[in-house]
Write a protein that binds this ligand. Structure first.
Ligand code: THU
Length: 139
């Protein structure tokens, strides 16, 4: 179980990251904050590109920042986005996230960081393509 104070902290970090969103095309500011199993937080925001395919989502920025700093064990990711209702990572981000396990939490918040809901990554991807498909039982 993740304590409510940590969820609030993650949502606040995601809101802060969203302030740095580079989104001149969609004007859709997304923020993400990733909690590692040893308590570190890595945030990310979406970074768009005039060549649209070069755009990257907030969630992947957070994952890549963590992995490039040597962290690969995750407990939770908070995602904040504008609009009504919960918003969860896109399918491509879900795939990138599940590279590092399925049993961790995804928390959804609004643009102000208010908690909207949560579910596990396993629930978000019920029939995943996992590293085990290529690696078998190897570590
Ligand atoms: N976006 C994210 O950052 N995360 C998602 O899960 C969905 C979409 C971004 C990509 C793009 O900059 C903008 O939102 C509109 O799709």
């Amino acid at each position: 179980m993740l304590e409510i104070e940590i969820k609030k902290k993650l949502l606040a970090a995601a809101v802060e990251a969203a302030q740095h969103s580079h989104c001149p095309y969609s004007h859709f500011r997304v923020g993400a904050a990733l909690l590692t199993s040893n308590g570190k937080i890595f945030s990310g925001t979406n970074i768009e590109n005039v060549s649209y395919g070069g755009t990257v989502c907030a969630e992947r920025v957070a994952v890549w920042k963590a992995v490039s700093e040597g962290e690969k064990e995750f407990r939770a990711m908070a995602v904040v986005a504008p609009g009504v209702g919960e918003s969860y990572p896109c399918a491509l981000c879900r795939q990138v996230m599940l590279e590092f396990g399925l049993d961790w939490l995804v928390i959804s918040g609004d643009a102000h960081g208010r908690y909207l809901g949560e579910c596990s990554l396993r629930e978000l991807v019920p029939f995943p393509f996992t590293p085990q498909a290529l690696l078998g039982d190897q570590p």
